[in-house]
Design a protein around this ligand. Structure first.
Ligand SMILES: Nc1ncnc2c1ncn2[C@@H]1O[C@H](COP(=O)(O)OP(=O)(O)O)[C@@H](O)[C@H]1O
Ligand SMILES: [Mg+2]
Length: 359
């Protein structure tokens, strides 16, 4: 761990201090701790910003579990806070709410068939449009596992394609196209011009937001992972894709780290710790210009505001395992634990001996 000396501090202070930040994405493989980390980041940001919104775009919503409060697709104030709001959106079904008319749905699903992802892109644009008007100081995204997140970043080009397709259809069939849309029972609100207008409006929002996403002053992506091969591999893929999309990323959170806090006698734990260290070393080697924050694996889950707040201290001060904190204290603990174990074993032996004598 001597290699940490020349590195940026192992905390998320850089994110809290970057006052221009407007969008903070939190992503990584499923189950590594994205929801936990994004919730804590939003809690920490709420201490330094006027207003914070956390949005979950993962269909397997668990902001409600983390905060132990029900959230919906509208921002709701988180209990115990005055400036932290949360909402859960489902990118895959949202478009059904966009137009209630048969015709609109028909066209959208028609488009969805022609251009995979257009429905998701449209609902994402709708959501961003809404959020843009709400004026939060910073918005934290608890994203779906890696694949989904990367798709989300491709939305602008997908929308562009959708628009192109509509245009070409319109040009090709001219009046026939509008006759057809009328024939299929679309009223004037949902004719092809309305749909085109809608797409165009969304494209504007998405283009504007996309510009902000590519601005490192306004947007950053926090990669959450665990010290295991698959997660390291996935993180590398994610970081490369982010570079491709020109999205800034300079924070990695390594969650579920086993620290040498207790006297570890278990062979299994010892082996896991050794394995983790191997991958932690690789993370430091690969991402030497990142802020790497290590979080301990707790014996229990991190749910409820109090637990999240408690765990948040590890985001601000690098975790110090007990064995590093004080060698004497650590050895004293070890000696006392060994004494206890010896006593227990002696008692067990005595009981066994007594039992044998009786027989
Ligand atoms: N460091 C940790 N120690 C113990 N439990 C954790 C830790 N980090 C996360 N958890 C728990 O693991 C589960 C999955 O975490 P979560 O943040 O929901 O992951 P994701 O959003 O990536 O799927 C949750 O029950 C959470 O409370
Ligand atoms: Mg989650």
């Amino acid at each position: 761990m001597a290699d940490q000396q020349n590195l940026p501090e192992g905390t998320v202070h850089n994110i809290l201090e970057q006052e221009t930040l407007k969008w903070v994405f939190v992503g990584g493989k499923g189950g590594v701790g994205k929801t936990t980390c994004s919730s804590i980041l939003s809690i920490l940001l709420a201490t330094v910003r006027d207003s914070v919104l956390i949005i979950s775009t993962d269909p397997a919503h668990n902001l409600s579990d983390a905060f132990q409060q029900r959230f919906t697709k509208s921002p709701t104030l988180v209990n115990g806070f005055t400036n932290l709001y949360a909402m859960e959106v489902d990118p895959t079904v949202e478009h059904e709410d966009v137009g209630t008319s048969e015709g609109m749905d028909g066209l959208v699903s028609e488009l969805a068939g022609a251009i995979p992802g257009i429905d998701e892109a449209m609902s994402f644009a709708e959501m961003l449009k809404l959020v843009q008007t709400m004026d939060y100081s910073v918005i934290v995204f608890d994203t779906a596992p890696t694949g989904h997140t990367l798709r989300l970043l491709q939305f602008p080009s997908i929308l562009e394609k959708g628009l192109g397709k509509m245009m070409s259809l319109k040009n090709k069939f001219g009046g026939l196209f509008s006759q057809m849309t009328r024939m299929f029972g679309m009223d004037d609100d949902y004719n092809e011009d309305a749909v085109l207008g809608k797409l165009e409006g969304m494209k504007d929002v998405i283009e504007q937001v996309n510009k902000q996403f590519k601005d490192p002053d306004m947007t950053t992506f926090v990669c959450v992972c665990i010290p295991e091969f698959l997660s390291l591999y996935e993180t590398e893929r994610l970081v490369q894709e982010l570079t491709k999309f020109e999205i800034d990323s300079h924070n990695i959170v390594i969650n579920q780290v086993l620290f040498d806090d207790e006297v570890v006698e278990s062979k299994l734990l010892k082996a896991r710790m050794k394995m983790q260290q191997k991958y932690i070393d690789q993370f430091y080697m690969l991402y030497d210009d990142f802020n790497i924050t290590k979080l301990p694996l707790l014996p229990q889950e991190v749910t409820g505001v109090e637990a999240l707040k408690g765990f948040s201290s590890h985001f601000l001060t690098p975790y110090q395992p007990l064995s590093n904190r004080d060698q004497v204290e650590w050895l004293e603990r070890r000696v006392s634990e060994l004494k206890d174990q010896l006593k227990e074993a002696e008692e067990e032996l005595n009981t066994l001996k007594k039992g044998k004598q009786k027989v």
